[in-house]
Design a protein around this ligand. Structure first.
Ligand code: NAD
Length: 486
């Protein structure tokens, strides 16, 4: 018998480690946050916000109607001159206060984010909430230095910013949008996504606690029709949208000829490129983080995995083994790696694209794991034998599904990585610095990570090329979107 066979196999058992929702101050119902207070809708409706892990209602939330949106924009208009007239230093103090209050309520915000959206508490606690605070801190620091952010030129705010965010990072996307807009002297009307309005409403409470002047921030939940009505409001001066490419195009059409500046942060089908000289175990961790983080509900997810042919079998073997150890289930359990799919609709979309992958001839393997009976779930899945024309190699799946393609040479890697209508992000795994820089400069992607993936920082610009949108959020580049520069 060899030594290996006699060695005792260690089996790690996990005891449940659930975070308790008990101290969360969740109200039964939320009005629209307009002009500094929560208000009953004028012509909107009350809609339940559902926990995707249990299908239970968390709270009733007001969805804005046309009248409500008009009222929200009017409030933002009325408050804007006063807000812009404050010194940058004073505006910065409010932003600092909001950042500190996010930190104070961090645990509560993380729990609500996980209950409303389905993401693991480990992620909302360690990524979403701290980064949301960091964005407010970062732009608090810029508020009195705006002209330095744009090479010493004269700057002025646009006025009222209409901001629409998706459901995958509800609090973080709200912070990405509100912090720079406010720092620059704009007021804002923020529309959260229909399935995840709660942390934006918590942020509205935080604005109240920070004694932000009424009207500077409005939070008006609603569905797509509310978003469409918001961008058509006559009183807005700027639109910032994060969401799907299809809706982005619709918004662009709605704004045509109105002279309203627009930033679009849209979808992606990002390439994660593994060269044969990479540290492969480290790369496998990066692949897992690239595609299974937030159940793959990530605009920049590394959903197209490009592996150099010489190491493809080894990497796929290691990845499959690693996938088998992912813990799928209760988002509030601190051991959970992959939580619930955000909505029934999104689950249907993932299932549809996965079926298309099988029908087109790719080879599917899904991890065998026990999925909870209630709620919406999808097991981590890998597709091999994928052809570049397959739908699963072209379309955004927005779920825990990775499509593997291979390449032989650096030139082929670049060609395949760029073979996409999108251009949001990419990852490069190699131990050769020169190769990483050479490949990065040839990739049509707004963000390129080297030997890491899904790494975000408020000081760094984020945004896309091609159908992934235009404009940048984060860092000094993020100020440009909210300033008239002369
Ligand atoms: P979505 O486009 O369906 O919805 C996004 C937001 O737009 C929601 O608030 C929705 O209510 C609203 N909306 C829907 N129809 C509208 C319309 N006609 N006019 C105005 N607003 C409308 O996207 P989603 O499913 O919520 O989010 C997933 C998408 O978002 C993915 O494509 C993802 O890649 C993208 N995303 C991009 C980034 C980025 O920074 N590039 C970040 C996160 C998500």
């Amino acid at each position: 018998m060899s030594t290996q066979e006699t060695r005792t196999r260690i089996v790690w058992d996990y005891a449940p480690a659930p975070e308790s929702p008990e101290h969360v101050r969740l109200r039964d119902s939320y009005g629209l946050f307009i002009d500094g207070d929560f208000r009953a809708p004028l012509d909107g409706t009350m809609v339940p916000s559902i926990n995707p892990a249990s299908e239970e209602t968390l709270a009733e939330v007001a969805f804005a109607g046309e009248e409500d949106l008009r009222r929200a924009v009017d409030a933002a208009r009325a408050a804007q001159p006063g807000w812009a007239a404050l010194s940058g230093l004073e505006r910065g103090k409010y932003l600092f206060r909001i950042a500190r209050l996010i930190q104070e309520r961090a645990r509560e915000l993380a729990i609500v984010e996980s209950m409303d959206g389905g993401k693991p508490i480990r992620e909302s606690r360690d990524v979403d909430v701290p980064l949301a605070a960091a964005h407010f801190f970062h732009y608090a620091g810029w508020a009195d230095k705006l002209s330095y952010g744009v090479a010493g030129r004269d700057v002025a705010p646009h006025g009222v910013a209409a901001q629409i965010v998706p459901w995958n990072f509800p609090l973080l996307m709200a912070a990405w949008k509100l912090a720079p807009a406010l720092a620059c002297g704009n007021t804002a009307v923020l529309k959260p996504a229909e399935t995840t309005p709660l942390t934006a409403l918590f942020l509205a409470e935080i604005c109240q606690e920070a004694e932000l002047p009424p009207g500077v921030v409005q939070v008006v939940p609603g569905d797509g029709s509310a978003g469409a009505a918001l961008v058509r409001q006559p009183g807005i001066d700027k639109v910032a949208f994060t969401g799907s490419t299809g809706v982005g195009k619709d918004i662009q059409a709605a704004l045509a000829g109105r002279g309203i500046p627009l930033t679009l942060e849209l979808g992606g089908k990002s390439a994660n490129v593994i060269f044969e000289d990479a540290a492969l175990d480290q790369a496998v961790e990066g692949i897992v983080n690239g595609i299974f983080f937030n159940q793959g509900h990530v605009c920049c997810a590394g959903s197209r995995l490009l592996i150099q042919e010489s190491v493809a079998d080894v990497v796929i073997g290691k990845l499959w083994e690693r996938m088998g150890r992912l813990r799928v289930g209760d988002p509030l359990d601190k051991n959970t790696d992959v939580g619930a799919i955000n909505s029934r609709e999104q689950l249907t979309r993932i299932q549809e694209l996965v079926s298309a992958g099988e029908e087109e001839g790719a080879v599917r393997r899904s991890v065998a794991c026990e999925l909870p009976e209630r709620g919406w779930w999808f097991a981590p899945t890998i597709f091999t034998e994928v052809a570049p024309a397959h739908r699963i190699a072209v379309e955004e799946i927005f779920g825990p599904v990775v499509s593997v393609l291979t390449f032989r040479t650096q030139a082929e890697a670049i060609q395949k990585a760029n073979n996409s209508a999108y251009g949001l992000a990419a990852g490069i795994w190699t131990d050769k610095g020169a190769k990483a820089f050479e490949v990065a400069s040839a990739l049509q992607a707004g963000v390129v990570w080297q030997n890491t993936y899904n790494h975000f920082d408020p000081t760094a610009a984020f945004g896309g090329y091609k159908e992934s949108g235009f404009g940048r959020e984060g860092g000094p580049a993020g100020l440009r979107a909210y300033l008239k520069v002369s």
